[in-house]
Design a protein around this ligand. Structure first.
Ligand code: GLC
Length: 431
C-alpha cells in the first residue's frame, strides 16, 4: 500500500512499490548504425538516408524467451519496451503504417512474442511509446526534428498538420492498449512545449490520457505528456540519468518515482561506447534508488542481430547474483524512517510490512558497526547473504578505558573479513 504521505496515483501502484527493479529495452532501426538512438537527429539524416537501416533490419538471432530469462535472473520484475522510438519505426504489426517490423527483411512482428515471453516469465508489461515521430509525413518539422536545418525541406513541409499526426498517435496507442492483453504501465516520451516545440495541445494529451486509462484501468502513466498540473495527468516521475539524492517531490510532496538509467550512456545499442558502469556501481545505484523510495529501470539496447551483447549480459548476471541473496532488502522496501541513524558509508532500506531494517555497507568497517540511538530497538541481527548471526552489544553512554566519552549505541559485531559479496547487507529485525 502506498504510504499516506505520498501523492496518490490514479493507476495501481501496489505492484510498482513492491517490484522496484525493471528492465528498459530500446530497440529499433538505430541498432544498425549502433551509435545512439538519436542518430537520425544528430546526423541530420533524411528519411531516404535512414532507409538503409529499414532495408537491412533482420535480427535473425532474436529470442525473446532468452531476454525474459536474463531479466528475471537479474532480479527484474517488469520490463518496458520501446514500441516506437522517435525515429517512428514500429515493432508491431500496426494497421496504421507500413513503417514496421513486418515489412523489413525480418518480416515478423517483434512485439507480440516479446510480451508473451516476458509475461510467461512472470514479469509485468510496460510500453514506452514516443509521441515524437521523425518519420510521419504530418509531423511538423520543429527544433528537434532531424531536418530542422534544411530550410528548403522546412518550407516544403510547412503545410503539415500536427492534428493529423495526433490522430495517428491515438490510433496506434489504441492498438497497443487493446491488442496485447493487460499492460501495466506506459511511458510516453516526450514533450517540449514552447514556440518551436510540442506539448499537450499537439498530442491532445488529456484525451490521450483519458483513453489510456479507459482502455487499461489500473495502468500507471509516466510524466512526459505535459500534464504535470493535472491530478490524473501522470502517476510517477521519471528522473533520467541523474543521481537522485532524496525522495523525489513535486510541490514539496513526495511522489511515486522511477529513475531510468543506461549501462553506458546510450539507450540504443552503441558498439563503441566505453563508459560502461561496473556491476558494483549498478548494484549501488539500485540500493541508492530504493533507499530514497524509488524504482530503477535499467536499460539494455539489443543488437541488430537481436541479442543482448556480452557487456550487458555480464552486468545482468552480476546483479542477479547479488539479488538472489539480497532481494529481501530491495523488494517491498523503501526509504527508512528518518529516526534511524545512517552509519558512515552505509545506505538504509526498510520493509514496513515485516518491520525489518537493512543496512547496506559500502565500505567494510573493522569489527564493529555502531548504531547510536538503536539501543533496545532490535530483536535480532544477521548478515543477509548467509543468515549468520551478528552478536549485538547494547551500551548506554559510557566512558571507555581511554577516558573517552562514548555515545550510547547498539554495537554490531562484524567479522573482520567482508563477506564475499558486492555489497554486504545487515538485516535487523526490529522490535
Ligand atoms: C529521452 C530520449 C531518449 C530515451 C529516453 C529514456 O528523452 O529522447 O532517447 O528514450 O529519454 O527516458
Amino acid at each position: 500500500m502506498l504510504p499516506a504521505n505520498i501523492r496518490p496515483a490514479t493507476g495501481d501502484a501496489d505492484w510498482f512499490i513492491h517490484d522496484r527493479f525493471g528492465l528498459f529495452i530500446h530497440w529499433g532501426l538505430y541498432a544498425l548504425p549502433a551509435r545512439h538512438e538519436w542518430v537520425k537527429n544528430r546526423e541530420r539524416l533524411s528519411d531516404e538516408a535512414y532507409q538503409k537501416y529499414f532495408d537491412h533490419f533482420d535480427p535473425d538471432l532474436y529470442d525473446p524467451v532468452a531476454w525474459a530469462r536474463a531479466a528475471k535472473a537479474a532480479g527484474m520484475k517488469y520490463f518496458v519496451i520501446t514500441t516506437k522510438h522517435h525515429e517512428g519505426f514500429c515493432l508491431w504489426d500496426s494497421a496504421h503504417t507500413d513503417y514496421k517490423a513486418t515489412n523489413t527483411p525480418y518480416g515478423r512482428d517483434l512485439l507480440r512474442p516479446m510480451v508473451e515471453a516476458f509475461r510467461a516469465e512472470g514479469l509485468k508489461i510496460g510500453f514506452y511509446h514516443s509521441v515524437i515521430d521523425w518519420h510521419h509525413p504530418e509531423f511538423p518539422v520543429d527544433m528537434r526534428h532531424p531536418m530542422r536545418d534544411n530550410s528548403e525541406y522546412r518550407e516544403a513541409t510547412k503545410g503539415r498538420d500536427v492534428q493529423k499526426y495526433a490522430d495517428y498517435l491515438h490510433a496506434q496507442v489504441r492498438e497497443l492498449l487493446t491488442g496485447f492483453g493487460k499492460i501495466d504501465m506506459i511511458f510516453y516520451d516526450f514533450s517540449y512545449p514552447g514556440a518551436d516545440g510540442k506539448g499537450r495541445d499537439d498530442w491532445r494529451s488529456e484525451e490521450l490520457i483519458a483513453m489510456t486509462r479507459e482502455l487499461q484501468p489500473g495502468i500507471l502513466v509516466n510524466d512526459r505528456l505535459d500534464l504535470m498540473d493535472k491530478a490524473d495527468g501522470w502517476d510517477y516521475r521519471t528522473p533520467e540519468q541523474v543521481v537522485v539524492q532524496d525522495w523525489v517531490r513535486v510541490n514539496g510532496q513526495p511522489v511515486l518515482w522511477e529513475t531510468c538509467q543506461t549501462f553506458s550512456g546510450s539507450w540504443g545499442y552503441h558498439r563503441d561506447e566505453s563508459s560502461w558502469k561496473s556491476v558494483d556501481q549498478l548494484i549501488r545505484m539500485l540500493i541508492d534508488t530504493v533507499s530514497n523510495g524509488g524504482n530503477l529501470l535499467l536499460n539494455v539496447g539489443p543488437t541488430a542481430r537481436g541479442e543482448f551483447d556480452d557487456r550487458a549480459l555480464e552486468r545482468l548476471r552480476g546483479m542477479g547474483e547479488w539479488m538472489r541473496r539480497h532481494g529481501r532488502s530491495i523488494y517491498s522496501c523503501t526509504q527508512a524512517p528518518k529516526e534511524f541513524p545512517v552509519p558512515d558509508n552505509c545506505r538504509l532500506t526498510y520493509n514496513p510490512a515485516t518491520h525489518r531494517l537493512y543496512i547496506h555497507i559500502y565500505a567494510w568497517p573493522y569489527r564493529e558497526l555502531h548504531l547510536p540511538g538503536m539501543v533496545g530497538k532490535v530483536a535480532y541481527a544477521q548478515l543477509l547473504n548467509d543468515a549468520s548471526e551478528l552478536p549485538m552489544i547494547e551500551r548506554e553512554e559510557w566512558q571507555d578505558r581511554f577516558e573517552d566519552k562514548q555515545q550510547g549505541a547498539l554495537i554490531l559485531q562484524l567479522p573482520v573479513q567482508q563477506p564475499d559479496v558486492t555489497v554486504p547487507v545487515v538485516e535487523l529485525f526490529l522490535k
